[in-house]
Design a protein around this ligand. Structure first.
Ligand SMILES: Cc1cc2nc3c(=O)[nH]c(=O)nc-3n(C[C@H](O)[C@H](O)[C@H](O)COP(=O)(O)OP(=O)(O)OC[C@H]3O[C@@H](n4cnc5c(N)ncnc54)[C@H](O)[C@@H]3O)c2cc1C
Length: 319
């Protein structure tokens, strides 16, 4: 088989949306076969699900050393499979895990790894654009290698609409030592709420303009009414108004909600990097020339301490 392999990420059986985007990316890389590689304990179940997601074949690789996230062992196993099928390329999504596993694959195969690609032109040589420096720089590059390991930037490529259904499925046995996994999961802690900053459909985020920790009460009320989560800028975490786990941006979390409501956030590039994948942005700001306002889809110019409570009140009234 001569195919592009897609490293499929899943969390105990639940396929990550980012991996579906990676399948879409693989279709840009090749007009020939795309095969999914599914690793770990839930591999066989996931293989059945991923078969319907637009690939031509699925291979599962399972072993005791692969049961939980183990980037070196996963990378080694994928690399062995890629060699055995003479893969054209190995792709994945540029999530933290995706990039880590792909980096190991590239190291084992001694081949280049090109991460966070946003555009790909399958010419000779290949022309591509990729994110550098946390997304603050776009690099245009050409690629001229036999076997490449590539990751697409999250949300840069669409997931395929659907697949053909039944596709050939296989299992691969990788030669791994029992201690190949250098990390071991000793405890799992469930989140109290199902919504996290990174999965919330709406993020209500506050910046310096919120003015204090207490000022976030209205943002929390709005987030709750919209089924969303609260985020913030670095100024806010530096001030100790919110924990660092709420920070959005280059040195915080990357979010991609349907709606990002930026309250009193100027829109510095380091913040923008963390929420640029939002489908829609609503800026609430005193300054009509703030970068967040000029780049937003919608803006309300005024004091957030009046506007946010007014929105909350109106939502409550309508309910
Ligand atoms: C290496 C590096 C990494 C960084 N990483 C991050 C990161 O991950 N995330 C991040 O956010 N920043 C990061 N920063 C900091 C970033 O450069 C900005 O300083 C920061 O994002 C600004 O936060 P802010 O928008 O809350 O504050 P400001 O830039 O001070 O903006 C405040 C905004 O609030 C508006 N405002 C004030 N009062 C009101 C009001 N009552 N109603 C409505 N609007 C009001 C103002 O008009 C202004 O636009 C990083 C910087 C560096 C150098």
């Amino acid at each position: 088989m001569s195919a592009v392999l897609v490293f499929v990420e899943h969390d105990r059986g639940v396929i990550e949306e980012s991996s579906l985007q990676a399948i879409g990316f693989a279709r840009e890389v090749t007009s020939s076969s795309v095969a999914a590689v599914v690793i770990g304990a839930a591999g066989t179940e996931v293989a059945a699900r991923v078969a319907a997601a637009g690939v031509d074949a699925v291979c599962s690789i399972d072993a005791s050393a692969l049961a939980d996230y183990a980037p070196e062992a996963w990378g080694d196993a994928c690399a062995q499979y890629a060699k055995s099928v003479d893969a054209i390329a190995i792709v994945g999504c540029g999530t933290d895990r995706g990039n880590e596993v792909l980096a190991h694959i590239a190291a084992v195969l001694d081949t280049p790894f090109i991460s966070n690609i946003t555009q790909y032109e399958a010419s000779v040589p290949v022309k591509l654009t990729r994110l550098r420096w946390g997304g603050s720089l776009l690099e245009h590059a050409t690629l001229d290698v036999g076997l490449a390991v590539l990751s697409c930037a999250p949300h840069a490529f669409d997931s395929p609409q659907s697949g053909v259904g039944e596709v050939p499925r296989s299992e691969f046995v990788a030669a791994l030592r029992d201690d190949a996994a250098r990390t071991r999961i000793v405890e799992r802690v469930s989140l109290a709420s199902g919504i996290t900053l990174q999965t919330a459909p709406v993020v209500v985020s506050g910046g310096r303009g919120v003015g204090s920790a207490d000022g976030f009460a209205h943002l929390e009320a709005l987030a709750e009414l919209l089924g969303g989560a609260v985020g913030c800028s670095r100024v806010v975490t530096n001030q100790g108004w919110r924990p660092h786990s709420d920070q959005v941006g280059q040195t915080g979390k990357r979010v991609a909600p349907e709606l990002y409501i930026a309250c009193g956030i100027s829109g510095a590039i380091q913040h923008w990097i963390g929420m640029q994948a939002a489908q829609r942005v609503l800026a609430i700001n005193l300054d009509k020339d703030a970068p967040m306002v000029t780049k937003a889809d919608f803006a309300v110019i005024g004091d957030l301490h009046e506007i946010v409570p007014a929105i909350v009140e109106e939502l409550r009234r309508r309910r």
